[in-house]
Design a protein around this ligand. Structure first.
Ligand code: GDP
Length: 540
């Protein structure tokens, strides 16, 4: 049985105030898995770190966390990792990258209240970092930046910070300042105190461990560490310059306009503890969520009595022996108790007898859970991504957005007589939120859209196993899909009539512009300034 939620809190804070829900956004290889593992290690949630990292370049075909799972034989394909620190309970949501990058990766961010953006110091902002950042920006969630791999040669710190400012239009405030990088990396100065965290090279005195030695910036020890007075003087000058970035402003951070920046080496466990401390200090607790109740706009606070939440992800076949699905419910308010009956806004009732609360080590049955927790609800297809659940069945949270696919494929069955069957199957997977389905205005093509290549493979697999269909996915004559909207209905219709060959609709009948290239979108936008070409669409 779970003890994390039943343990009495000595601070008497309401349980929901102790929850922090966050996700890590990064480009593949920046070090997300290594950082996750060392966060769990630093907080005692797992007892040995390093095996995943040591596996290095092994082929990645599964979720990053499945990698950890395979290495350790523990269940972390759970999508949620929980650890405790400073009397807070952190729920870290997985944002799969690599080949399993999918809409789930984006949607998970709608369930997080905060994000840690991990950058490789040598690479700065990479394409996937940017994409994930843009999703965070939809809700303006606060972002803490961790510049990783300081033990490797990297770019100048000032350059990295400028790039964040320029590419993400975020104000940056360094909270620490690194002394060089790579072989010359000495550690980081905490700009809010007079402390220097000393980096001990593994070839010097062994591992730094999770807590780096702290040195007074004014002490003689600094000279011993730098071994070069000029280098030290230069560093002190940089630290003074760094302070000119200005004060950290919590409001600006909470509104998603300012990011505090930390530096370290996930692999060497350096800076990880300080990053978790920063999360504990800065990350906001569960937020008030806007919703609809009987046609009225309402705000659901974590302290509301009624148990409410929304499903941000549905995972199929977590257990190969049972063809089960698990819906991941982010609790927004109330105290959930096992056995409780919850209803969707469409009136479906679900008795939650066997919810799963996730731990780093294991999945356990949850007796109770609070706003800011995530519970897994096993079901046989009754829960959909974007579903709202509540005791009254009257609450409907703003829908999950759909994200414009980057991969479009024309689906065709080997047996042409099965076209109707195929359409049904494609519609059902699109409803589940696995992939999207577009119907061009002309012809009988069915265009499948995905944000990650693995989704198409998964789909082909499921078509075969679940629907008995042999499906070919071919290149269609379009490459990009954008929802279109316009305040003037007539103008939208005129555009659609003029561009019939490139028009289509999605599963809900919303108009979609199917273009050959990004250039075509730009051109259409230029010619039709009142039209909006959207890469995200709210469901419902
Ligand atoms: P992910 O793809 O973002 O999950 O990245 P991983 O955590 O799997 O790391 C990618 C590679 O970078 C692995 O070989 C790690 O050992 C390595 N790595 C991660 N963090 C660091 C670091 O701080 N320093 C160095 N030198 N290597 C790192």
């Amino acid at each position: 049985m779970s003890d994390i939620t039943s343990k009495p809190s000595h601070t008497k804070k309401p349980e929901s105030e102790r929850r922090r829900v966050f996700a890590i956004i990064s480009h593949p290889d920046a070090g997300k898995t290594t950082l996750t593992e060392n966060m769990l290690y630093a907080t005692g949630a797992i007892h040995q770190a390093g095996r995943v990292a040591a596996r290095g370049e092994a082929r990645r075909t599964k979720s990053d966390w499945m990698k950890i799972e395979q290495e350790r034989g523990i269940s972390v394909s759970s999508s949620v990792m929980t650890f405790e620190h400073k009397d807070l309970i952190f729920n870290l949501l997985d944002t799969p990258g690599h080949e399993d990058f999918s809409e789930d990766t984006y949607r998970t961010l709608t369930a997080a209240d905060c994000a840690v953006m991990v950058l490789d110091v040598a690479k700065g902002i990479e394409p996937q970092t940017l994409k994930l950042f843009e999703v965070c920006r939809l809700r303006d969630i606060p972002i803490i930046t961790f510049v990783n791999k300081m033990d490797r040669e990297g770019r100048e710190t000032f350059d990295v910070l400028s790039e964040i400012e320029d590419k993400l239009a975020l104000d940056v405030v360094p909270m620490q300042w690194p002394a060089a990088s790579g072989r010359r990396f000495k550690g980081t100065a905490d700009l809010t105190s007079n402390v220097f965290y000393r980096f001990i090279r593994p070839d010097e005195d062994g591992d730094t461990g999770v807590g780096a030695p702290q040195v007074d910036m004014d002490s003689d020890e600094m000279s011993a560490i730098f071994k070069d007075e000029d280098l030290l003087a230069e560093f002190r000058e940089e630290v003074e310059l760094a302070k000119e970035y200005g004060e950290f402003n919590i409001q600006s951070f909470n509104e998603g306009h300012m990011t505090p920046v930390y530096f370290g080496s996930a692999l060497r466990k350096f800076g990880v503890r300080e990053l978790i401390d920063a999360l504990a200090e800065l990350a906001p607790g569960p937020q008030v969520e806007p919703a609809q109740k009987a046609g009225q706009s309402v705000e659901i606070a974590p302290s509301n009595k009624e148990v409410t939440g929304f499903v941000f992800k549905v995972q199929a076949n977590m257990d190969l022996n049972h063809r089960d699905r698990v819906g991941f419910l982010r609790l927004v308010s109330g105290e959930f108790k096992r056995g409780m009956k919850l209803k969707t806004a469409d009136g479906k009732a679900i008795s939650v007898h066997n919810p799963i609360l996730f731990f780093a080590q294991d999945r356990e049955l949850a007796d109770n859970a609070f706003a800011g927790d995530v519970i897994g609800i096993p079901n046989h297809g009754s829960l959909r991504v974007g579903d709202s659940l509540s005791e009254s069945g009257k609450i409907r949270f703003a829908g999950m957005p759909n994200f414009a696919p980057e991969i479009l494929r024309r689906a065709r069955t080997v047996d042409p007589l099965k076209a109707k069957h195929l359409r049904k199957a494609l519609e059902s997977l699109a409803e589940e939120g696995v992939t999207q389905l577009f119907k061009p205005a002309f012809g009988a093509d069915m265009i499948v859209g995905a944000v990650g290549a693995l989704q198409i493979e998964v789909m082909a697999d499921r078509m075969k196993n679940e629907y008995g269909l042999e499906v070919l996915f071919e290149m269609p004559p379009y490459q990009i899909a954008r929802w279109i909207a316009c305040d003037d209905e007539a103008e939208l219709e005129a555009f659609a009539a003029k561009n019939r060959n490139n028009m289509g609709e999605d599963l809900d009948g919303a108009p979609v512009f199917l273009a050959k290239s990004a250039w075509d979108i730009g051109y259409a936008q230029e010619k039709n300034p009142n039209l909006r070409f959207l890469s995200t669409k709210e469901r419902r």
